[in-house]
Design a protein around this ligand. Structure first.
Ligand code: DAT
Ligand code: MG
Length: 150
């Protein structure tokens, strides 16, 4: 089953918005199979965001994500990567539509609330960066048949 890495960024935790955002994913019917509060090290931040190394915002991005705790989450569902990205909204809150997470909660492109993996390759790479195997807890839920028919 498809999995994605979600990070609730430092602004979300500082603004006490975590519950509201986690609720959106639970209400959607996604299964949470990993979740933890953590402080991101500089090494982890630079590795996670390595595709952006050299861009003008890279240093600020690394400083921001390491500035205060985050909540890392692994969600599981069919098509979870694309659906979660759609729920997050555009990277720049100017473009993020109302009803999306960034559209409803964010104003700044830098303080933009949430990260979500953008492809299956990224998801696999990012989940293994943030979680040990034992921290991913696969389980079944009897409600599943009323969400996807499975
Ligand atoms: P996303 O988080 O939507 O996948 P991304 O991978 O292009 O977006 O960029 C990663 C993060 O970097 C993004 O969430 C916020 C920051 N960022 C991107 N473009 C930026 C810019 N032009 N100025 C400042 N920060 C930026
Ligand atoms: Mg990205």
């Amino acid at each position: 089953m498809e999995k994605t890495l979600i990070l609730l960024k430092p602004d979300t935790i500082q603004r006490s918005l975590s519950g509201k955002i986690i609720s959106r994913f639970e209400n959607k019917g996604f299964k949470i199979i990993g979740m933890k509060l953590m402080k991101v090290s500089r090494t982890l931040a630079e590795t996670h965001y390595s595709e952006h190394k050299g861009k003008p915002f890279f240093e600020d991005l690394v400083s921001f994500i390491t500035s205060s705790p985050i909540i890392a989450i692994v969600l599981e569902s069919e098509n979870v990567i694309s659906i979660a990205r759609n729920m997050m909204g555009a990277t720049n809150p100017i473009d993020a539509l109302p009803g999306t997470i960034r559209g409803d909660f964010g104003i700044s492109v830098e303080y933009n609330i949430i990260h979500g993996s953008d492809s299956e390759t990224s998801a696999k790479r990012e989940i293994s960066l943030f979680f040990n195997k034992e921290e991913i807890i696969e389980h079944s839920k009897s409600i599943q048949k009323w969400i996807t028919g499975d």
